[in-house]
Design a protein. Structure first.
Length: 313
């Protein structure tokens, strides 16, 4: 009986668009769903640092290096906000990281592709961060308070990331023919994997029904993918580049672009761990974690010492 009342309060809060907070009662499946999504999101942020970090030492100017360094550092910060938000649901950082390192937890498919040239850093910022923002803007109004607040801060920083990428694309697209070709090549390789970032089509998305019911997701995978395509075409035209999709065309009736179908078999393979860089990413992450053990130990020793002094005082 008591449990039913809790459920009524929970549903009522959702109806009124009030946030659910860590100490509020919530259904077990809502908690599990959030731990899955927030932790996958956190993992994506820290794995996302790897393909870009790969270019810090090879950025073509001091300015480009500073900007990229700041961006990659922001992503580490985003991971921190998101892991902290997930921890409020009663799971520890160690458990979350263990799931990532042992391949039990997913992270975004997009980070299993290689960044072969400097233009890829432009394409990642422009397309990947652009897609991430499209998804994350709606998550600012997600129903779980700590996730929503983390997203508000993350979105502010992501806008700068998207501009950083577009600026690189502008330099290359308006540069020499060889530079323009480099930009086109990066667009060709990143376009379809970026569309896959939004997840499977709505009819094949098992988590969407609950996500929408619980107001975790406010828009569907397909709606966001369509909005991203609509928004990106004029940016591509300005660059004088071509989207690698022969089915792309404006649909007057729908007032939206029609576009081709991503290779969903490739997507399935990547999320099963068989993409071009899955193994490399996890190996690099585990190595960083192992080599960072002394930092965690030092931080813990410092925290223990402070606690001891506070008790003694
Ligand atoms: N990659 O039922 P569905 C970023 C999985 S950007 C891997 O539609 P859901 C960044 C899905 O997890 C990227 N797996 O799921 C940008 C599920 O498997 P499980 C991170 C994917 O949750 C720049 C299954 O497929 N952003 O961080 O309703 C620089 C069925 O899918 C993907 C976020 O994580 C994928 N692309 O919708 C640095 C945003 N798509 O878990 C960093 C928050 C689907 O049942 N997350 N799957 O085994 C979301 O909005 C949603 O989780 C998704 C998927 C839209 C990604």
């Amino acid at each position: 009986m008591e449990n039913t009342n809790f459920e009524v309060v929970f549903e009522d809060k959702l109806q009124r668009n009030e946030m659910i907070e860590p100490k509020d009662w919530m259904p077990d499946n809502y908690r599990k769903h959030l731990i899955r999504q927030i932790s996958q999101h956190a993992h994506s942020e820290i794995i996302g640092m790897l393909p870009e970090g790969n270019w810090i030492s090879r950025a073509p100017s001091l300015r480009a290096k500073m900007v990229l360094l700041a961006k990659v550092q922001d992503e580490g910060g985003h991971g921190l906000y998101l892991y902290t938000a997930a921890e409020t649901l009663g799971i520890s950082r160690d458990e979350l990281l263990d799931a990532l390192h042992t391949g039990k937890a997913k992270y975004s498919s997009i980070f299993n592709y290689p960044t072969l040239t400097w233009a890829d850093i432009g394409a990642v910022g422009w397309l990947v961060d652009g897609a991430a923002i499209m998804n994350q803007v709606m998550l600012q109004r997600t129903s779980y308070g700590p996730y929503s607040r983390a997203m508000i801060r993350i979105c502010k920083e992501e806008s700068f990331h998207q501009r950083q990428g577009y600026e690189i694309m502008c330099h290359l697209a308006f540069g020499t023919p060889a530079q323009k070709q480099m930009a086109q090549d990066a667009l060709n390789r990143w376009w379809w994997p970026t569309l896959m970032m939004f997840g499977p089509t709505d009819d094949k998305s098992p988590n969407s029904a609950n996500a929408v019911k619980w107001k975790i997701k406010r828009e569907s995978n397909d709606q966001l993918r369509q909005r991203f395509v609509n928004q990106t075409i004029s940016q591509t035209e300005y660059l004088g580049l071509t989207i690698p999709d022969k089915d792309l065309k404006w649909n007057e009736e729908r007032q939206a672009y029609d576009f081709g179908t991503p290779d969903w078999t490739e997507f399935e393979n990547v999320i099963k761990g068989n993409g071009p860089c899955n193994k490399e990413r996890i190996t690099a992450r585990v190595k960083a974690h192992t080599e960072g053990a002394w930092v965690r130990e030092a931080a813990q020793a410092f925290a223990d010492k402070r606690k001891e002094s506070a008790v003694a005082a």
